[in-house]
Design a protein around this ligand. Sequence first.
Ligand code: AR6
Length: 190
Amino acid sequence: MMKTKFEITIGSRKLKLQTGDITKVSADAIGNAANSQLRGGGGVDGAIHRAGGRSIMRELDEIRARIGRCPAGDAVVTGAGRLPARWVLHAVGPRYRDGRSGEPEALDSCYRKCLTLADELGAQTVTLPAISTGVYGYPLAEAARVAVTATAQSLAAGPRNVTCVAFVLFGDRTFEAFTLAALAIVPQFR
Ligand code: AR6
């Protein structure tokens, strides 16, 4: 049977990989793959708004009124409505063009920003999706490498509150790509 869980230990903290629907997994903070308009959409963004309810969009309306757009590489926080979480971290991933137009930097920044925000909020557990790998077309293996590296480095830097980050991934292909990326960085964090 396909293995659907994997974890690595980084100091006293854990980075986990699992398959599943992120809206069904409890965590203090849940990451979303949003867009710069913060108006919702398809994919994981659609699933989060559907499961969380309208309060999330109402909070995003207020944020939009204050800051306008949220650029790629950045993230904003709302409450989580009916999701099994306290906060949603709405990260805006880059649309993939050719890999040389700032996409790796923006994707790396998404994950670091999510973990910084989560830690500032006091979250201990965080779930994250594979940002930019759906509608935004980021090649899976490259996206996985960026995601896992940024997250592992953030955990290694010793956040005050965050003890566990779990990537909740839709489908075996994504899980396999993230597992390969995680195996590749294990030696660096021993
Ligand atoms: N749980 C976990 N992962 C999911 C779920 C779920 N419920 N649903 C989808 N995925 P995408 P992007 C995976 O397209 O590429 C939206 O319209 C999916 O299989 O959601 O960053 C936004 O509003 C893929 O691996 O996000 C933006 O306009 C990953 O989540 C745009 O899409 C990301 O796919 C953002 O595109």
